[in-house]
Structure formats: C-alpha cells, structure tokens
Ligand binder design. Structure first.
Ligand code: AMP
Length: 485
C-alpha cells in the first residue's frame, strides 16, 4: 500500500466540514466577485480561505489561513486574473488545522489543471482512500475532498464532465461542489441535497450570461446578481464555452436538505432551500411560545443566533422583548487569558449581561440549540449574577441527540448533553428554573406541517444516507475511529 497512512482509522483527521463555496464564470472581475462572496459567507468558515482563477489555460491559486478580509489584499486579487474563479472558506474545529487542507485544491491530471471547492462530508471517504492508495494514488492532505480529485484523475472516462460524474457516482455523503478548469466551471450537489447551493446570474447585454454559484443567496445581494434557482439535489451544472448545461446523472432520491442550516447555520438574510431563513426562525420562536409558554417579565435572545426566534417568541407570547445580553463582535479565535481566575471568562469575553435590564426580572432566554450545555450554563449564571430572579430557557429546536455525519460540526454522542441526559437533567445541569425545547413537529409548522424533504437526523438519529447497504451505520465506525484518537 502506498502513502504514509497505514492505519485507516487515522486517514482523515476529522469528518465534519462546515464550509462556504463560491464560483463566478464569464465575468471581467471574477476573482473580486468571489472574494466578496467569500466575505459574505465568512460565518460558514473562519479557518482558511482560498481563491483559484482561470487565465490563459492555467489556474492561479491563493490559499491562506485566516479570515477573508485579512488574506485578500488588492495585489493578491489583481494577480488572480481571468474571467472565471472559484473560492472556499473552511471551518475546522477538531483535529489538525493545516494549510494543506485549505481549499480550493488544485491538481494537474491528464487533461490539465483542475481545482475544487467542497462543502460537505463524504461518509465513505476512508474506504475510497484506501482503495486509491492501494492503486498508487498519493494523497497530500487529510481532507475527504481530495478523494474526489483522485477519482477524477484516475477515471477511465475521457471528457471532464464524464470524469466528474464517474467520481461522484462513487462517493457517498454530502457535497456541494464547484470545480474549475482552464475553460469550464462545474457545480454539483449530492443526490439528496444536504447542503445548500444556489445559482445566480449577472444578465449581460451580449446575452452571454455570467453565472454565479454560491452556498447562500446573501452573496447575490452583495454582488448584485440575480437569483435564478437552487442547484437541484443530484444536479450537475456545466458552464463551458457553449453556455450552461444541466445534467441529472444520478437515480432520483428523496431530498434530505439539512434543517439545521435553517435553524442555525445559514445567515438570516439568506433564502436557503427556497425559504427565507429569518422568517423561518421567527416562526420557530412563535411555535415555541405556543408549545411552552411561561409567565415572565421579558424575553431575551442569546445573540446573534437566538435573535429571530426570540422576536417570534415575544410576538406570540405578548411578553416584551429586551436585550439583556450584548455580544462583542470582534472576538477572534484566540485571546490571551489572564492568569487571574475570572468567572465565566470564556463566555464573558463574547457576551455581557446588563444589570439595568435584568435586575429583579423573570427572564425567558431564547437560543437556537444546546450542544454540550456549557454555554447555556454560563449564560444562566451570568443572568442571575446580573439580577434576574428567574431564568427560563427556551430552545428553538428539538434536543440535539445525535452527531451529524453530513457536514455540521456536532460532537460525539457522549459530549452531546441531550444524548445522555433527559430534559430535566439538562435543566439541572444548566441551572435553569425551567427548560423547554421545540417539538420535532414544531420545526415544520412553517411548511404547514410538511416534513418531507429534510434531514433532521441530529434530532431523530434517522440518517437518510448510509455508507453501504448492510444497514449497520458504517458512519459510526468512522465516527468512533475519529473520536478514539
Ligand atoms: P454548547 O455550549 O455546546 O451547548 O453551545 C451551544 C451554542 O452553540 C448555541 O448558542 C448554538 O447557537 C451554538 N451552536 C450550535 N451548533 C453549532 C455548531 N455546529 N457550530 C458552532 N456553534 C454551534
């Protein structure tokens, strides 16, 4: 076997990959537009960022650790010449943080250079990598995305599109992808459409439209492009010299769009999966108030993610909304902790509780989710220390009981507090006077009760795509392998 990874359990350092992808084709300022798109999608990944442009038959690449605004200075953007470009923001929480894993990846294969940006997670990547290494492929990163590149490079097909489709037929899991070669951009979304991917365009007078693909519609608002539609689950869109071609190469499958994108991950000003995220979150708050009303003096959000649901909760319950927690928006990934012990330092550096608002008040605090429970615990202590007499926690999603294998960063079962504790146990752990979660049905009132077409495995453990057909979820193997390290 080739390569340095002898133990298959340590081939990939992680299995979740929350990310942003952007692609712009046929535009005089392609790299600049991608840069702005990545800027709008910074919330989807803060570890590294990269842009690859296509100019005169070659690909030009710049990838770096850090935030979009810090990486892309004017001279770097100027150097990314050409009428097409793709970009990527990467978010990594566990495991190695390494420039080698920063995307877009660029490689040379038989037909020339190719670059790829990937949002998602391949659940059969370990097996595919083993097979590829056994056949001679040498991997340069620990990212599952590199598997796709090797599958394209080793495909027996001749055309680029056929090679991409051949590669995608072999991978399982979640992917929203953008590829770039010297003359073609390709966008692809997995057959169930876990992660979002939208199509936009800049209409041009000469009718040779310029196209945009991006993770979220907030990109289009910033660069003033028109929304066309979602890239459909299972669709491969080829933007070549002859225009745009849509191909549906996979057998039809029931869609399983990630409901957590709408609950937490996407920007509220985006339309994701065809609906507005802000309106969806407000409805979650209203429904939460219908399901678990409590007498209180004020409703307050955990900013920023709890804000729309708190507005909905206050509207439905008639309890006034007030801001009791103020967030510092400039907290980076690192700060120097003082040696002196400061109570709740980790959360206080991000959030501060306001005594003037809280003194003597019974408070309903609204957040979108509880993962480990440590944030809620610290927030509640802070609210009480600032004078709240009662703290009632309301969560605008059901208990998170199961890890995500399709690209959202959730920890292992034993770290997920709702996986190992009852709601009463969680209430006691976080120190709330009461705690209520939204029901699963409550997630779908916005869709008039229609719960088809979504993946809510984090709340139900009902996983729509398995790594093989023998039923016993092989993702668990992957997951346990990773967490054992
Ligand atoms: P915890 O202390 O682990 O319970 O963190 C809960 C907080 O994390 C909530 O305020 C959520 O908004 C936020 N959150 C939920 N899911 C994620 C995620 N995948 N990545 C980052 N933050 C998250």
């Amino acid at each position: 076997m080739n390569g340095v990874f002898l133990d298959k359990d340590v081939m990939f350092d992680k299995f979740h990959e929350e990310c942003a992808v952007v692609g712009i084709q046929n535009h005089p300022e392609a790299a600049n537009m991608v840069y702005l798109g990545l800027y709008a999608l910074q919330h989807r990944g803060q570890e590294s960022s990269g842009i690859v442009s296509s100019d005169a038959g070659a690909l030009i690449s710049h990838r770096q650790m850090g935030l979009v605004a810090d990486i892309f200075k004017e001279d770097i953007i100027k150097n990314l010449r050409g009428a097409s470009a793709i970009g990527h923001n990467r978010y990594s929480t566990s495991g190695q943080t390494d420039i080698k894993n920063a995307q877009p990846f660029v490689v040379e294969y038989a037909n020339g250079p190719i670059a790829v940006s990937h949002n998602g997670n391949l659940i059969n990547a370990n097996q595919l990598r083993q097979d590829l290494e056994a056949a001679g492929s040498i991997f340069q990163s620990t990212s599952d995305t590199e598997v796709i590149i090797h599958l394209i490079a080793t495909s027996k097909e001749t055309t680029l599109t056929a090679r991409v489709i051949d590669a995608l037929r072999q991978v399982k899991g979640s992917y929203s992808l953008v590829f770039l070669t010297a003359d073609t951009m390709i966008a692809a979304r997995d057959p169930v459409g876990f992660r979002p991917l939208i199509l936009g365009r800049f209409p041009r007078a000469d009718e040779s439209d310029s196209h945009v693909v991006a993770s979220e519609t907030c990109v289009l608002d910033l660069i003033e492009a028109e929304y066309v539609r979602e890239v459909e689950p299972g669709e491969v869109l080829v933007f070549g010299p002859g225009g745009m071609e849509s191909i549906k190469p996979f057998p039809a499958a029931p869609p399983a769009r990630c409901i957590f994108e709408s609950i937490y991950f996407s920007r509220p000003d985006s339309n994701v999966f065809g609906h507005n995220v802000y309106q969806y979150r407000k409805e979650l708050g209203r429904q939460l108030a219908r399901e678990s009303h409590v007498d209180a003096d004020l409703v307050t959000p955990v900013p920023d993610s709890g804000v729309p649901a708190a507005i909905g909760y206050a509207e439905q319950s008639g309890i006034p909304l007030d801001l009791a927690l103020i967030r510092n928006h400039y907290v980076g990934r690192t700060f120097i902790e003082p040696r002196q012990n400061i109570r709740n330092f980790g959360v206080k550096i991000k959030l501060n509780a306001m005594r003037d608002v809280l003194q003597g008040k019974r408070v309903v605090v609204v957040d979108d989710s509880i993962v480990r429970g440590t944030t809620s615990q610290k927030i509640i202590r802070m609210l009480r220390e600032a004078g709240a007499t009662e703290v009632h926690v309301r969560i605008s999603s059901p208990p998170t009981i199961s890890p995500c294998y399709y690209g959202i960063d959730t920890p292992t079962h034993k770290e997920l507090i709702a996986s190992v504790h009852s709601v009463d146990g969680i209430r006691d752990f976080i120190g709330a006077d009461s705690l209520a979660y939204l029901s699963r049905e409550g997630l779908y009132t916005f869709f008039k009760g229609d719960d088809t077409g979504y993946c809510d495995a984090c709340f139900t453990a009902n996983y729509p795509v398995l790594a093989d057909d023998n039923g016993k979820t092989p993702q668990l193997h992957l997951f346990e392998a990773v967490s054992r390290r």
